[in-house]
Design a protein around this ligand. Structure first.
Ligand code: MLC
Length: 504
């Protein structure tokens, strides 16, 4: 264990020799690595001035911007724990996360909706509530102008926390995957090496920066080679394809690839300098793999990961990329397929994917029971994803042990939505399921039992809007006299999925 294990120091070590090299190319301005790290030092000083000590959580609920990236690296630098949240979360959701992570500092955009009970949330714990707008202004940036600059990264140990990324679960209550500096560093190095990044690369970045994918996978691999990043605040297929003409790497979720393939602008010529397209966060269908390959001349490299483990498996950089498979374990990762008793199964037998690696989270934040239930043996982590491994060790996924929905690369947990639907007057009970969706992969659908007249999506809107980010809202609602149940009383979601799959 080293006291110098701050991952921010590793990012700085890669950038330090190249202060004039371009880093973020945004609509509004271009940042060099030197300018970026000068901002990181100022922002780290502002975190300290706001009372955030090493180990304190900093909850960040802001739009994608270069300043938000600098705030993330500043959290590493100051030794604080970065807790990024989807800016689309409602105030009700934000309040839950603030209570759970118990941060010292909360950085939000200027509230637009009804304010959360900030006074109570802040007074309880003498928290600092600061703002950072999409244009980089706000009380956080103002504080950074006067705060003492933090010149060097705070010393951290391998197992000190760097970030907490929230994911949800079967209980419907989101839980935080607590990731150490070593988790982040090891995964970044493994991907950098597997995908053969070097200083000639240029990345097109369209992903949100509150998930493992956009924040860690994309930005860390780029920063370790100090390469330019074409930084898109939202996803526009045409603009993305235009940037392919001067770039080499793109990372996306299957919905991105579907929309890129839909564009007539996607041609092999438009992608001439590109060397790598990776996909993850949701299953990439063989159809989309083939369609993108036909349109662009490139085979997508599908890889597999989750917030708890980082990216653990990848199709090979050189060699056969098989559609429908997620490839082989990365350096430093062991994978096996296990049965219900956690015993390794024979090759080609289907079971649950288990992972062992120093990349894996330390724990679910503040949830010892759920942490214990996720690990077995000597630090093997149960992913909950179901699949099989071939004789060469290549993994193919088949489904999920839970009824989690993946819509456009965002995980949606039926229980969380059912808990909100069940509060609505007139709803006796609800079952939330996924049906196939051409664009999003899966679409959220609610099946309700109502005690009066059947409710429509419009009737549900006010409660949904107050409680849940828009991407979690059901796109369709069906009312039924009763939910199908088995002899044990468990709702038979398979039957519902079969019934509504073809109804549009
Ligand atoms: C947006 N909308 C969605 C949605 N995203 N609805 C369902 N599912 C989604 N994922 C809705 C908005 O609420 C809005 O609704 C409308 O679509 C248009 O909004 P938008 O902001 O313009 O959306 P768009 O740009 O089209 O976004 C689609 C998307 C985005 C696919 C680009 O969802 C996205 O960036 N997904 C990536 C998520 C991601 O990074 N996942 C990584 C998880 S990490 P309305 O009705 O108001 O118009 C992980 C580990 C790993 O899983 O291995 O990577």
């Amino acid at each position: 264990m080293s006291g110098r294990a701050n991952f921010g120091a590793a990012l700085w070590a890669a950038a330090q020799p190249h202060p004039d090299r371009t880093f973020l190319i945004d609509d509004q301005r271009v940042w060099t690595y030197g300018e970026f790290f000068a901002t990181v030092r100022r922002f780290a000083g502002a975190l300290q001035a706001a009372g955030a000590n090493p180990g304190d959580r900093v909850t960040v609920h802001v739009e994608k911007s270069p300043e938000a990236v600098a705030l993330y690296v500043a959290c590493l630098w100051a030794g604080t724990v970065h807790v990024p949240l989807n800016p689309r979360f409602t105030n009700v959701e934000l309040e839950y996360y603030v209570n759970d992570a118990d941060p010292r500092v909360v950085v939000t955009a200027e509230p637009t909706g009804p304010p959360p009970d900030q006074t109570r949330l802040m007074a309880e714990r003498s928290r600092h509530w600061l703002t950072l707008q999409a244009d980089g202004t706000g009380s956080f940036t103002e504080l950074a102008k006067t705060a003492r600059i933090l010149d060097a990264p705070v010393e951290r140990d391998d197992n000190d926390l760097a970030a907490i990324l929230y994911t949800s679960g079967t209980t419907g209550k989101p839980k935080g995957a607590a990731l150490s500096h070593r988790s982040l560093g090891q995964n970044a190095e493994a991907l950098h090496q597997t995908w053969q990044f070097d200083e000639h690369d240029q990345l097109v970045h369209v992903l949100p920066i509150f998930h493992v994918h956009g924040l860690f996978v994309a930005l860390h691999t780029a920063m370790l080679s100090a390469i330019p990043v074409r930084f898109h605040r939202s996803f526009d297929p045409e603009r993305t394809i235009t940037d392919f003409a001067t770039s080499t790497v793109f990372m996306g979720v299957p919905t991105h690839y579907k929309r890129l393939s839909d564009s007539p602008a996607l041609t092999p010529a438009a992608c001439a300098p590109m060397r790598l397209f990776t996909s993850g966060s949701a299953p990439l269908s063989k159809t989309e793999f083939v369609r993108f390959s036909d349109r662009s001349g490139h085979q997508i490299c599908e890889r597999y990961g989750m917030s708890e483990t980082g990216i653990t498996l990848s199709n090979p950089y050189r060699g056969d990329r098989q559609p429908g498979t997620v490839g082989f374990p990365l350096a430093g990762v062991e994978a096996m397929i296990v049965d219900e008793a956690h015993r390794e199964v024979e090759r080609t037998t289907v079971g649950v994917v288990a992972i062992r690696s120093d990349q894996t989270m330390l724990e679910y934040w503040g949830r010892p029971d759920e942490t214990a239930a996720s690990f077995f043996g000597d630090r093997w982590f149960l992913t909950g994803d179901v699949g099989w491994m071939d004789a060469q060790g290549r993994v193919t996924l088949q489904g999920r042990a839970s009824d989690m929905i993946i819509s456009g690369g965002e995980n949606v947990y039926p229980k969380e939505i059912e808990m909100v639907l069940d509060q609505i007057e007139g709803v006796v009970e609800s079952a939330v399921i996924a049906i196939a969706d051409q664009d999003l992969g899966e679409q959220v659908v609610a099946v309700l039992v109502c005690d009066g007249k059947p409710l429509t999506l419009t009737d549900l809107q006010p409660v949904l809007q107050e409680n849940l980010a828009r991407f979690k809202h059901p796109r369709q609602v069906f009312c039924v006299p009763e939910l199908p149940r088995n002899a044990m009383g468990k709702v038979q979601k398979n039957q519902l999925r079969d019934r509504y799959q073809s109804v549009r």
